[in-house]
Ligand binder design. Structure first.
Ligand code: UDP
Length: 309
């Protein structure tokens, strides 16, 4: 098959490109390089089944050959990153979904939109099932991302209803692994980078807020299963292994002996207090569940960051 990945130079997109090429498909990566690093696809240059197009999906994309699959993963994803470029984040997700859905429609391709656990906002139920409508601050500093993803979801469902299609939605929970951007400000690269440099580990707030971290290979497998299933979703893809951020910092300290002490900084505004996926649907509909344990995934991630610091 010929697969188009919007956002294919990024952390998740480049791993998806690797997986689809390994499965024997052709891959076209479309990316505006706003956060993706060309280093992530360096190893694919020269592969005859791979091509790269520099394009911002908030503008219509002319595709001259038929593609079978369109994955929309193009978005800034780290809170400091999307808060610096809030308008770009809104239009990449929103207009991007609209334009790429039109591409899918015109070519009769399957389409998948990478939504997020952020549609649940600061959730009042834990774990979060897909049926939970969420608790998002529509005017807060995270709204440019949360509402962009919610708009993208609404756009996919509107196309499904209008055109009688089965375009797909997944909700991605916190994911980590090699090729994360060391400087994007998220907790995984921040703490690993700090530990490798022998600096204090910055835990925001008292560290009692929780996240559930999924290793990238597990996540990519979930995405591919979703695309090839008959499901529309939304379906949560994430690892239910929930940790407080304080606990997470302690795991990093255990794995990286050079880590400095844990230090506390103010909790950013609207930071969700808890987050854990209910993956019953992924288990039953996609026969998917994560396999990689946190310590094992972090060891691989640390080995990657060691080459960067
Ligand atoms: N966080 C932290 N120290 C850091 C970076 C982030 O304690 O250096 C916290 C952040 O406040 C949040 C959690 O770690 O509670 C996860 O943050 P991240 O930016 O990775 O992603 P989010 O899940 O908030 O989108």
């Amino acid at each position: 098959m010929r697969c188009l990945i919007a956002g294919g130079v990024g952390f998740l997109g480049s791993h998806l490109a690797d997986r689809l090429l390994k499965d024997g498909h052709e891959v076209i990566v479309v990316d505006d390089l706003s956060s993706g690093n060309m280093r992530n696809i360096e190893h694919l240059k020269g592969n005859p089944s791979f091509s790269f197009v520099r394009h911002d999906v908030s503008e219509p994309l002319q595709v001259s050959i038929r593609v079978d699959r369109i994955y929309h993963l193009a978005s800034l994803a780290s809170p400091p990153g999307y808060q610096k470029r809030p308008v770009h984040t809104l239009i990449t997700n929103g207009f991007g979904a609209y334009h790429l859905l039109n591409n899918a429609l015109s070519m009769d391709a399957r389409f998948l939109f990478a939504s997020t656990s952020e549609v649940y906002g600061d959730p009042s139920v834990n774990p979060q099932p897909e049926s939970y409508w969420g608790n998002v601050n529509p005017v807060g500093i995270r709204s440019c991302y949360d509402e962009a993803k919610r708009f993208g979801e609404a756009m996919v469902m509107a196309f499904n209803r209008k055109h009688d299609k089965q375009y797909k939605l997944i909700r991605i929970f916190n994911t980590y692994g090699p090729r994360m951007d060391l400087r994007d400000g998220r907790v995984v690269p921040n703490l690993i980078g700090q530990a490798l440099r022998g600096e204090p580990l910055t835990v925001y707030g008292d560290g009692s807020q929780t996240r559930s971290f999924c290793y990238v290979d597990d996540l990519i497998d979930g995405i591919v299963r979703m695309m090839e299933s008959e499901e529309v979703g939304p379906i949560n893809i994430g690892n239910p292994d929930e940790r407080t951020i304080q606990e997470f910092a302690q795991v990093i300290k255990k794995l990286i002996p050079t880590a400095g002490p844990i230090t506390h900084l103010p909790l950013p505004k609207d930071d969700p207090l808890q987050r854990r996926p209910d993956i019953t649907l992924a288990r039953t509909k996609l026969h998917w569940e994560p396999k990689v344990k946190l310590d094992d995934g972090l060891r691989k991630t640390i080995a990657y960051f060691e080459t960067m610091v």
